[in-house]
Design a binder for this molecule. Structure first.
Ligand code: FAD
Length: 449
């Protein structure tokens, strides 16, 4: 059966995930009527979470976007501050690396589903917003400016004033929008996947490892990252190759699971008494990077978040950049009142180069997390960066600080970091020349005496 919904004059947002629900609020606050169509059931009723990544690192860009819709005071009590990384070496020793020069430069761990529920709650309370769950976008008729959703056995057709594709990395809205158009789409799968496990709190609610930190167990072959939860537990994410020796493909039986942990993470074994059950209960996820263009069609549809730029999670910026997209789109609409086509073009022109940069940075941080955080030279370089930042807080900013603790566009941050690198390399060479000169002079002087 096909039903026609009255969406005339309203904006349709496809996807009620993180970006979709935040953008619904931003538009509603400007007096714009919004319909959000989400393929899942209402996560506030069904709290299983669908096995998806449970907690995320919220940083400056996300914080800024949340404060623009007046939600920061409600979100922050749901977070656990992470002041830095605790690195767990293979011999069981640990080392703390602060994220920034002071306590202000921290990341915030937040439960993805809790944040999504809060955003949906606030969206629903707004008189301009209507939420439609179990509505899966199936087709777009671009000529008729019509969206078709599957809703149980029914087909629902709507003709909104305009549309936002906020339906994540495998966006149907993007595919339908670009069908038959001159469009680019590039998708890259990482040969590693991920699996989440849980590190329970102590019976008294305390944490088994330092609570207010991100924990990393870096190994060249695989690594764990853990985010803290407010109840003292931690969500562990194992990143491991999909195929080959010691991979998800070869780690299926209880003995294989235990052997993998004995080999790479012996210090975690006593902390995970239900390891085998947890392993089997949680699905193995895949990671993709996507790049695409254009991000919009005419004045009628535009993309935000993972729908236009999915990135590997290693810089912790996917959600933060998706939230920042919402701010960037709202700003572009504000710069071009009455001309949506120009606003969409402006949004893409000013934003896409930076999310392309983020994709590259996120790939590079994969190597950093699994390998470099243990390297002497990497750590020495980090220390110099932090020391210079303390000495010259306005002029010297480490790349990580610019990405996580500022809203400087990603591309500008990378350019500035490269300039700083050149200065450091120059200074290091000068120091090396001076040292050689000093040695030579010493030898010459000795010779004279
Ligand atoms: P999503 O959150 O994926 O939302 C898309 C929504 O659209 C979903 O609700 C989906 O059900 C719905 N949908 C899909 N198809 C349809 C359809 N056909 N019709 C209707 N609805 C549809 N980011 C960070 O900032 N910090 C982190 O620490 C971090 N850690 C991560 C760890 C892992 C392991 C992973 C995988 C990701 C991580 N991310 C992190 C990235 C972050 O999860 C995403 O970037 C973010 O969720 C993107 O938000 P979105 O709203 O664009 O997409």
């Amino acid at each position: 059966m096909t039903e026609q919904n009255n969406a005339a004059g309203r904006v349709a947002i496809v996807g009620g995930g993180l970006a979709g629900s935040l953008l619904a609020l931003s538009l509603a606050r400007q007096g714009i009527g919004v319909d959000v169509y989400e393929r899942r059931s209402d996560p506030r009723v069904d709290q299983s979470g669908g096995g998806r990544s449970i907690n995320l690192g919220l940083s400056k860009r996300g914080i800024q976007a949340l404060s623009e819709v007046g939600l920061l005071d409600e979100v922050m009590p749901l977070t656990v501050a992470m002041a830095g990384r605790v690195i767990h070496a293979p011999d069981g020793s640990t080392r703390f690396q602060p994220y920034g020069k002071d306590r202000g430069e921290v990341l915030h761990s937040i439960d993805r589903n809790e944040l999504n529920r809060l955003l949906l709650d606030h969206a629903q309370r707004h008189p301009q917003v209507r939420l439609h769950f179990e509505h899966r976008l199936a087709r777009i008729d671009k000529d008729a400016r019509e969206l078709e959703f599957e809703h149980g056995e029914q087909r629902v057709r709507v003709q909104p004033a305009w549309t936002v594709g906020a339906d994540g990395a495998f966006s149907r809205a993007r595919r339908e929008m670009q069908r038959g158009e001159r469009a680019d789409y590039h998708q890259e799968y990482l040969e590693w996947g991920y699996k989440e496990l849980s590190l329970a709190a102590l019976p008294d609610g305390g944490s088994r490892i330092q609570l207010e930190a991100l924990h990393v167990w870096p190994r060249v072959h695989c690594f764990f990252v853990s985010h803290p939860n407010r109840d003292g537990s931690h969500t562990l994410t194992l990143f491991l190759p999909h195929e080959g020796p010691d991979s998800f493909a070869t780690t299926r039986e209880p003995a294989q699971i235990r052997a993998l942990f004995d080999k790479y993470f012996p210090d975690l074994v006593p902390l995970l008494p239900t390891l085998v059950d947890d392993w089997n209960r949680h699905p193995t996820g895949s990671l993709i990077t996507t790049r695409t263009a254009p991000w919009s069609l005419d004045e009628w549809i535009v993309l935000v978040g993972d729908a236009c730029h999915a990135v590997y999670p290693f810089y912790g910026q996917g959600m933060n950049s998706a939230f920042e997209d919402c701010s960037a789109l709202m700003a572009a609409l504000g710069r071009h009142p009455g001309d949506r086509r120009a606003a969409f073009a402006d949004y893409e022109r000013t934003r896409r180069p930076h999310t392309d940069t983020l994709a590259e940075l996120s790939k590079a941080n994969f190597v950093e997390l699994k390998q470099k955080v243990q390297s002497f030279w990497f750590l020495a370089r980090k220390r110099i960066d932090v020391a210079l930042n303390r000495l010259l807080p306005r002029t010297w900013l480490p790349l990580y600080t610019m990405i996580a603790h500022t809203t400087m566009p990603y591309g500008d941050a990378l350019q500035r970091a490269r300039k700083q690198d050149k200065i450091l390399v120059g200074a290091a060479s000068a120091a090396a020349v001076a040292a050689v000169a000093a040695l030579a002079f010493g030898a010459w002087a000795t010779h004279l005496i």
